[in-house]
Every structure is written in C-alpha cells, then in structure tokens.
Design a protein around this ligand. Sequence first.
Ligand code: URA
Ligand code: CA
Length: 444
Amino acid sequence: MNIYELIKKKRDGTSLSKQEITFLIDHYTQGAIPDYQMAAFLMAVYFKGMTSRECVDFTLAIVDSGDCIDLTAVNGFKVDKHSTGGVGDTTTLVLAPLVASCGAVVAKMTGRELGHTGGTVDKLESIPGMQLDFSQNRFIDIVNQIKVCLISQTARLAPADKMIYALRNVTATVDSIPLIASSIMSKKLAAGADGIVLDVKTGNGAFTPRYEDALELSKIMVAIGDGAGKQVEAVITSMEQPLGNAIGNALEVREAIETLAGNGPADFVELVTALGAGMLRVAGVAESYSKAVELIKTNIANHKGLETLRALIDAQGGDARVIDQPDLLPQAEQSVLVKSEAAGYVQQIMAMEVGLASKTLGAGRMQKEDEINPAVGIILKKKIGDQVHAGETIAVLHTDGNRAKIDSARAKVLAAYRIGPEKTVPPPLLRARVSKKGVQPVKI
Ligand code: URA
Ligand code: CA
C-alpha cells in the first residue's frame, strides 16, 4: 500500500477500503505522509466525495489518532450536543443545565471561538472564578454529583483532525461535506458521549448556507454516528440572522440566565426547546418527542434548569450570585447606540457581519495570542420583520470606549442590516429533524 496509489484511486472515483483509510490517517499523523500528498488526497475527496462507509472509517481512524474520553465511570446515558457554528449562539449554556435538570447526563467538552463564531469556553470564563480545566477524575465526580459538567477541550482529542483542518484551511478544501462531517464527528465521538444531537445551521452565517447541503451533512453525520454505534439526531436550523439579541461573552451569559428564568428571546427559546427535546429523546428520558418538548418547557417555567445552572457554576468554582445579580458579570465601560439611517422593515441581518463586528469590539481574538474582553459585544434591538424609523436605535454596542473600534463595529452593524419597504416574515428557524428513521418536520 502506498499513498500515491491511494491519491490516484480517490482521484479516479474509487472508494478506499478501511485498511487503506487507516493507513492514510496513521501515516499522516506520524509524519510519514507529507502535507502535499495529504492535500492532494483531500482535493480528490473534495471532487469525488466519500461513501457513507468511507466516512465512518475515515472518522474512526481520526478518533483513533488521539485520546478518547472514557465516561464509563459516569452513571447514566451521556448526551452531548454540537452546533456547526452560529452567531450569538448561547445554546450550550442553556441546554447543558436544562437537559440535566430533566434527568439526562451532560458530560461535555467544549471549545473556544472558531472564525466569526464565539466559543462556549470564552463565554463561561466571563463568569468570575469559573474553571473549565479539570482532571478527568474531578470532571467525572462533578457529573456524578449534579449530572452536568462543562470542560475545555483537550489538545489530545482527535489530533489528526487538527492537522487535516489546518491543511484544508489553506487548500480550499474546508467546504467538502464528507470532510466537514468526519471532522465534527471525530471530535464528538472521541468526547465519549452515548448520544449526540447536532444543530446543523443553514443560511448566510453557516458553513453550509444551502439547505440541501445542510441536509446532506446531517444525513452523513447521522450515518457516521450509527456506524460508530451511537444515537445521533440532527436538527437543521436557519442562521438568517443572529440568534437571540446578545452577541458577546458576558452578554450571552446574561441572555442564557434570562432564558432559563423564562424571559428568553422567542427565537432562542424555540431553538433551545427543539434541541433540548432532541437530547432528552436520544437519552431515552422521554418516550416521545412531544413529551420531551413538554418536559423542557416545564423545567424552564419552574426554574429547575436555572437552579441546575447555579449548581453548575458553583461546582466549577464560579460566582453563582450572577444568577440573581447578573450585574456582577463584567460590564462594558460605554454603551453606544447604533441608529438606522433608513426607515422601513428589517429584511435581513447578516449574522457573519454582526459576529465580526462583535469581534472588532474585542469579544473575539484577531490573533491567537489576543486576550478577549468578556464585557464587550452587541445587543440587537431589531430583528427580521421589525419596523424601523429613521434615527431609531437598531443595536447597542457595549464597548471599551475605543473610538476606532466603535466606528468600525458601527459600520459593520449598519452594513449587516438590510432595511426595505415591505414587512418581511422571519424565515422559519426549525427546518427539519434528521435521524436514522429519516427526515421529519420539527414540531414544538
Ligand atoms: N467544524 C469542524 O469542527 N470541522 C469542520 O470541518 C467544519 C466545522
Ligand atoms: Ca444570543
């Protein structure tokens, strides 16, 4: 077996055997296959694709390149979730405690920002004292006590994915559906959960803007999960505008707290309900999807999810008083109103532009070494379908007072909003549910 033959086979559209795929990943990870040959192989995959069986083998070979988190010492069915990347997407902060309060177990690894999207680790670190790095034993102890713990992703998780992703990033092979699917699933499978719910985004802020591509990505990821013996379900959701109203680390924590207290923005609550219900069903906590939806709504209304968030913050060393006194979260020095020049109705809010505006204010890193300012970010005052008068505030920037950053973020926010004469109905947020049983509508 040699790499030249494998590249040629894939180039000619032949599928590779499990042995060939394992050879490829093992030798690449050990440095025995140079980047230029791996890059040629990835480009061949970009054009010729991979079968479902090849995707399973490719993913499992990537999982085997590093550590797998062993969660057998955790009691109960462990359920995880993953989003393919949204703007202002605070779902993990809400879902982890909410689903745990309903009886599922959430032992979750979580990451930092990627591109224009924020990271859950960065958001949680805005809570004073909050720890996200634990020994495996401490992690398991916390989960066994309160059914939930969030931990920062280790470097030893699927290292082959890190190497391949870096190569894809510079060879125009990121947007290959089989490669995205195996990249995401390798990290999820290595993280040790028994079941996974995937939030697959479609629309202007997503890796797969076209619905058909999001559907294909969902189907492949469900098939990979099945091939690995896990329960996996995907929910396709629209990213035509940022989720909820808050973008920025402490601002999103505050929004998560408000949501668990029953005062969340409508679109965000809808998403949390659909994904949470999926997690409960995958975990076998509820026997039907509609029962699971009911349970999620109940535990928002009775604040059980909020109380579990309090316990989670407390167990991880954070200041749990933020639940009742969110002003204890970092506060920005200055608020700046962004006013619309146009009048009419909001037609669209480019999520990626808003994500980048928030990053400009300091909510994300421009360079790897940059420190995040947890206090800064953006609160949207208008969403798709809302009426806007000329001179009316459409968004509020929470800033450190730096003029250049404010001007740049204001321009980005104004450019992100498309305001026109007709009243627009927001596109449906929940598009479809994809499982082994097929594609179904999402009813909540
Ligand atoms: N997220 C990932 O982890 N990998 C991809 O390839 C795309 C999104
Ligand atoms: Ca939000």
